[in-house]
Design a protein around this ligand. Structure first.
Ligand SMILES: Nc1nc2c(ncn2[C@@H]2O[C@H](COP(=O)(O)OP(=O)(O)OP(=O)(O)O)[C@@H](O)[C@H]2O)c(=O)[nH]1
Ligand SMILES: [Mg+2]
Length: 262
């Protein structure tokens, strides 16, 4: 008889990386230990964009002891498309995504996977903002403000308390059914939630840490790309409403110009 590992006892953990060689050993060791303690089988897929910082050697060494493998991309760049590439390579039906810099606690991976154990659930998010979640004290005030503003802008698209979190889990079916996935910017979780038509999320409170080593890849250009991403998502979710708003705005502007000229 063919033994099938049930969705909630096996998971593929996808980690997009760019110049994270220093963080990868602790990430893999902690994730692997957490899965072992919870009795979950995992594979860790590092999707790296040709960092040339020793990532290849680090993963090779870790692979002797841990279920980790590396995909090095040379033809494409970007966090979101890296995550999608990881999905395409994943062998289990439960997909977990997390950052490499240890801002997302690897010890919470089993809880995210457990959230998918409820058949109704189609999206599990690791959240900083629900009760029980927290952000490490020294996270800078300007980052808190930007995060709060960005969260408000996504409000009409999702009920998630932390829709911009990069720590989430989905069943493979959500990725497969998501329509016109367009991996622009960093917010692949929001993209999949909206375009996958998710309706039954589970929130897992997490403590959001400071980056362990290396430097942030989040640039101003990346933050501006978020606004473009939101515009696309609004058009996807509310196609008629968006055009009505544009028409009303043009009418008001046109009316104002007419009034000034008279
Ligand atoms: N493959 C790939 N991974 C990326 C790319 N840009 C960022 N990443 C990874 O995506 C994750 C999130 O990037 P961070 O730089 O930590 O961004 P952030 O967490 O939003 O910002 P900080 O709070 O400043 O760390 C990390 O694991 C990065 O290495 C990219 O272009 N390609
Ligand atoms: Mg980070």
């Amino acid at each position: 008889m063919l033994f099938m590992q049930s969705a909630e006892t096996a998971a593929s953990v996808i980690v997009p990386t760019y110049r994270e060689a220093e963080n990868i050993p602790a990430l893999v060791e902690r994730t692997s230990a957490a899965a072992r303690a919870a009795g979950i089988t995992i594979e860790i897929i590092i999707v790296d964009d040709d960092s040339q910082d020793g990532t290849i050697e680090v993963v090779e060494r870790l692979a002797a002891k841990h279920p980790v493998r590396l995909i090095t991309r040379t033809d494409e760049r970007g966090l979101s498309s890296a995550v999608l590439r990881g999905f395409a390579e994943a062998k289990y039906d439960s997909l977990v995504v997390m950052d490499a810099d240890l801002q997302h606690p690897p010890e919470m991976v089993p809880e995210l996977v457990a959230g998918l154990g409820d058949d109704a659930c189609d999206f599990v998010i690791g959240t900083r903002y629900a009760s029980g979640g927290e952000i490490v004290e020294d996270w800078p005030m300007h980052r808190r403000l930007v995060s709060w503003g960005a969260k408000q802008m996504a409000r009409p698209l999702t009920p998630l308390s932390d829709p911009l979190s990069g720590f989430f889990a989905i069943p493979k079916s959500v990725w497969r059914r998501a329509k016109r996935v367009d991996p622009i910017g960093y917010k692949i979780a929001l993209e999949l939630y909206v375009k996958g038509g998710c309706r039954n999320p589970v929130e897992v409170p997490i403590k959001f840490e400071t980056r362990a080593a290396g430097s942030s890849k989040l640039t101003l250009a990346e933050q501006l790309r978020y606004v473009r991403h939101l515009w696309r998502l609004y058009r996807f979710r509310f196609p008629v409403l968006v055009w009505i708003v544009i028409a009303v705005a043009l009418l008001i502007l046109g009316g104002g110009a007419w009034w000034v000229m008279l």
